[in-house]
Design a protein around this ligand. Structure first.
Ligand SMILES: [Zn+2]
Length: 310
């Protein structure tokens, strides 16, 4: 927040306040209202930035993501994504919180003033509510990833909806101490990206956005932290930007994070933090020849092509 000239001027000047025209006061009030919300969103980043040295990666901007009428983004699954600029990345972490790993990850992010979105599993948040609260308290966005992490295509629509709703409630109860009719933040990611058209439509009717991803660390495969970091950097150098999926329950991901954040800074990348916003988010369409990578994986997992996706 910028301070006014009057705030900066240390000299007493009683005539100045008298001269402050009503138009100027109005302008100051408008400026305050305009910056109030962005300061609220960025409050965590501001505090963290104060504690960070200039060599830190930091969080360069907050992107307001509107989900009115629904939103489906992430090029691994959908033919559109967020309009990130060259060398802009979004950090997302799935499946936690887990006491053995998530706390260390939060330490690594805090050390570099990086803010991320955590797609929490309801039963994990219920089992570690203090850790779930810490995620929110440190300025990250808390989002949802179901209650028990089932592959929704193996469930009836009724059972799938119930698990998703249970996840919203369990995470909100853990993080905020109460749960209402709607999730606090309208961001959801399907376990295994295995959505269905019916569930997509239901979420859209509730103004809840569905998040896929543009890149992933493939950290469900065991590998050394060094191998994971090298592979992730190579993918990023090819794509140059995007939403990245990690799992904060994976020790190898937590172990590689300090080096990864350092190397992103060295390579000129910028971190974008997602926050829920009004309206419908702008998106960038996939290039020609796009196809869903996750559909192929899901088909392999389910052992057949043509599940109840449609
Ligand atoms: Zn997951």
């Amino acid at each position: 927040m910028k301070r006014s000239q009057a705030d900066r001027d240390p000299r007493p000047n009683p005539r100045r306040s008298a001269r402050l025209a009503s138009a100027e006061r109005r302008a100051l009030r408008l400026a305050f209202v305009g910056t109030f919300w962005s300061c609220l969103f960025a409050a965590g980043a501001t505090h963290a930035a104060l504690a960070c040295d200039e060599g830190a990666l930091g969080t360069s901007r907050v992107l307001s993501v509107g989900t009115q009428g629904g939103l489906e983004i992430g090029l691994k699954t959908y033919p559109r994504t967020l309009p990130l600029a060259d060398h802009e990345v979004v950090f997302t972490f799935d499946d936690g919180p887990l006491p053995a790993t998530t706390g260390k990850l939060l330490d690594a992010l805090k050390a570099q003033c990086v803010h991320a979105t955590f797609f929490m599993v309801g039963r994990m948040a219920a089992a570690a509510p203090a850790l779930a609260r810490r995620v929110a308290e440190e300025g990250h966005t808390v989002a949802y990833h179901s209650f028990s992490h089932p592959l929704m295509r193996l469930l009836s629509e009724k059972a799938a909806r119930a698990d998703i709703e249970h996840g919203f409630a369990a995470v909100d109860q853990a993080v905020y101490g109460s749960a209402g009719d709607r999730p606090r933040t309208p961001f959801f990611r399907f376990p295994g990206f295995a959505d269905t058209s019916a569930l997509d439509a239901w979420l859209a009717s509730r103004d809840i956005g569905v998040f896929g991803t543009d890149l992933w660390a493939a950290d469900w495969w065991p590998m050394t932290p060094q191998a994971e970091e090298a592979a992730m950097l190579a993918r990023l150098e090819k794509e140059k930007r995007g939403i990245i999926l990690f799992h904060d329950i994976r020790a190898q991901t937590v172990a590689m994070m300090p080096a990864f954040l350092h190397d992103l800074k060295a390579r000129g990348y910028h971190v974008v933090h997602l926050a829920a916003g009004p309206g419908h988010a702008e998106t960038r369409e996939a290039g020609p020849g796009w196809s869903s990578e996750t559909e192929k994986v899901i088909a392999e997992i389910l052992g057949r092509v043509g599940t109840n996706r449609n």
